[in-house]
Design a binder for this molecule. Structure first.
Ligand code: ATP
Ligand code: MG
Length: 460
C-alpha cells in the first residue's frame, strides 16, 4: 500500500516535469526558428524574391537554415504556388495546407507541434509595407532531438522510481516485521498461559499499546484466577459443610450399633439427634439451591407490586416465637407506606436472613428494630440489633459464602454462613445495595437501599 501511495504521485510528478520540459524546449525552438524566418523575410523582400528566385544570398541562406534545423523550408507565393523548396520536391506545385491558407487570410503566422511524429510546422507571412501579403514561408522542423531527450529523461526517472520502490519495499518489510514483533510476543505469551504454563503474568512493554493490552490481560487473568479460587474454596466449603452433619450421624448411628440392648430412651435420644442432623443437612442444601438460583441473572426475577411494610410484618410474625424464647423484642417502624416492584419471595428471604441474624446474634432480653422508609426513587430498610456486634476486620467478609465469625463458631450458634450471601445476592439482583455498621458488644445495623421500580420484568 505504502509503495503504491509513493509510486503513483512520483510517476505523475515525473511525467508532468518531462512534459513541461518538452513544451518549453518546443516553444524555444519555435521562437528561434521564427526569429530566423523574420530575418529571412526581410531578405526575401529586399531581393524581390517572389519575382526572381535566383538571389544567391537568399538561396544560400535558405539551405543554411534548413541544414541547421534539420528542416524543410518552402516559400509560397500569393497563388499558393511553391516557388522554392529546400527539399526541391515541391517547386511549382500548389500548397493549400490549412496553415498556409490561414496565414494568407489573417496575415499572421502560426505554429503547430506534432508530438507523435516529432516535428514543428511554422508559417511566417511575407508582406509589403502596405500590409498586403505577397507570400508565406512554410517551415517544418524536426524535433527528434527533443524527443530523444524526453525519452532519456523518462527512462532515467523510471529507473529511479524502480530502484526506490525496491528500496522502500525492503525497508517497509523490515520495519513492519520490527513493528509487529511485540504483538507477536503478546500473542505467544497469551498462548503460553492458555497452554497451562504457570506464567504468573505477561509483560510486553515495547509499546504503550502492548503495555496496555498486557495490563488489561493481566487484570482479566487476575479476575479469572480469583474466580477460580473462590470456586474451589466454595466447592471445598460445600463438601465440608455437607460432610459435617453426615459425620455426626455416622457417629450416632455407629454408637447405637455397637451397643447391644440399648435402652429405649437412649435410642430415642440418639434418633432425635440424628433427625436434627438431617434437618441441618437439609437446610444447607436448601440454602445452596437458593443461592445458585440467586446467581442467575435478574431475568429470573418475578416482579410485581409488593406492599413492603406488610411483607416485613409477615416476616416478623414468623420469627416472633423464636425471638420470644430469649425475650428479644422485635419492633417495626414504618415511616412511610411503600409499594415497590420487587420479587417478593427473594426479597422476603433476604430480610428474613437479616432479622434472623439480629435475633440469633443477640443477647437475652435484647431488641431488633426494623425500620422502613422511602423517597421518590428508593425504599430503605434498616435492621438494627442490640447484639454481640461484628468486629471491624470481619465486616468485609460476612457477605462471603460460608463465612462465619470465630465468635459465632465458638458460641455454638448454628448456621452455615450462607444467609448474608443470599441476602446480598437478592438485593443486588434488585439493583439495591446493602451496608453494615457494627460495634462489638453494642450491636449491628444493616442498611439496605432498593429502587422502587428499577427492575421490571422483560426489561433486562
Ligand atoms: P445462616 O444464616 O446461613 O444460617 P449464619 O447466620 O452464620 O448462617 P450469615 O447470616 O451469612 O451466616 O452471617 C455470617 C456471619 O456474620 C455470622 O456467622 C455472624 O458471625 C455474623 N453476623 C451476621 N449478622 C450478625 C449480627 N446481626 N450480629 C452479629 N454478627 C452477625
Ligand atoms: Mg444468618
Amino acid at each position: 500500500m505504502l509503495i503504491l501511495i509513493g509510486i503513483i504521485p512520483a510517476a505523475v510528478a515525473t511525467r508532468s516535469v518531462v512534459r513541461e520540459y518538452e513544451d518549453r524546449a518546443v516553444s524555444l525552438r519555435i521562437m528561434n526558428v521564427r526569429n530566423q524566418c523574420e530575418i529571412l523575410r526581410n531578405q526575401l523582400l529586399e531581393a524581390d524574391y517572389f519575382h526572381n528566385t535566383s538571389s544567391l544570398v537568399v538561396n544560400s541562406q535558405l539551405s543554411l537554415l534548413s541544414n541547421v534545423y534539420f528542416g524543410r523550408i518552402m516559400v509560397i507565393d500569393k497563388s499558393f504556388r511553391v516557388i522554392r523548396d529546400t527539399f526541391d520536391l515541391g517547386v511549382g506545385r500548389i500548397n493549400v495546407s490549412e496553415q498556409v491558407i490561414q496565414c494568407f487570410r489573417t496575415g499572421s503566422g502560426s505554429s503547430q507541434y506534432d508530438r507523435d511524429n516529432h516535428y514543428i510546422v511554422l508559417t511566417v507571412p511575407v508582406g509589403e509595407e502596405d500590409g498586403k501579403i505577397t507570400g508565406v514561408i512554410l517551415v517544418s522542423v524536426s524535433t527528434n532531438e527533443i524527443a530523444q531527450n524526453v525519452r532519456s529523461l523518462e527512462k532515467r526517472s523510471g529507473n529511479i522510481i524502480l530502484i526506490s520502490s525496491i528500496f522502500v519495499l525492503l525497508v517497509g518489510y523490515l520495519i513492519a516485521r520490527y513493528l509487529v514483533r511485540p504483538i507477536e510476543q503478546v500473542t505467544s505469551a497469551i498462548e503460553d498461559i492458555s497452554g497451562g504454563l504457570e506464567n504468573e503474568t505477561i509483560s510486553v512493554t515495547d509499546y504503550t499499546e502492548t503495555k496496555q493490552i498486557t495490563e488489561a490481560f493481566n487484570h482479566l487473568l487476575g479476575q479469572v484466577k480469583a474466580q477460580e479460587e473462590t470456586r474451589q474454596q466454595f466447592v471445598s466449603n460445600v463438601s465440608h459443610e455437607l460432610k459435617t452433619p453426615l459425620a455426626s450421624m455416622k457417629v450416632l448411628a455407629d454408637s447405637l450399633l455397637m451397643q447391644e440392648e440399648v435402652p429405649n430412651e437412649i435410642y430415642r435420644e440418639f434418633m432425635q439427634d440424628i433427625t436434627k442432623e438431617i434437618d441441618r443437612e437439609n437446610g444447607i442444601i436448601t440454602d445452596l439451591l437458593e443461592m445458585v438460583r440467586m446467581d442467575r441473572t435478574a431475568a429470573n426475577l418475578h416482579v410485581k407490586p409488593v406492599d413492603i411494610g406488610k411483607m416485613l410484618e409477615t416476616i416478623i410474625a414468623r420469627l416472633r416465637p423464636i425471638a420470644a424464647q430469649r425475650n428479644i423484642e422485635l419492633v417495626l417502624d414504618v415511616f412511610r407506606q411503600v409499594t415497590a416492584e420487587v420479587d417478593e419471595s427473594k426479597l422476603s428471604l433476604a430480610f428474613t436472613n437479616l432479622i434472623e441474624n439480629g435475633v440469633k446474634y443477640n443477647v437475652d432480653d435484647g431488641w431488633v428494630r426494623i425500620s422502613l422508609n422511602a423517597d421518590h426513587r428508593y425504599f430503605y430498610v434498616t435492621v438494627a440489633d442490640s447484639g454481640v456486634g461484628i468486629a471491624e476486620e470481619d465486616q468485609e467478609f460476612i457477605f462471603d459464602r460460608f463465612y462465619r465469625t470465630d465468635k459465632s463458631h465458638s458460641t455454638e450458634i448454628e448456621g452455615t454462613g450462607l444467609g448474608l450471601a443470599i441476602a446480598k445476592s437478592a438485593i443486588t439482583l434488585h439493583n439495591g445495595v446493602i451496608r453494615v455498621t457494627s460495634k462489638i458488644g453494642e450491636g449491628t445495623s444493616f442498611q439496605t437501599r432498593i429502587p422502587l421500580a428499577a427492575v421490571r420484568e422483560g426489561e433486562e
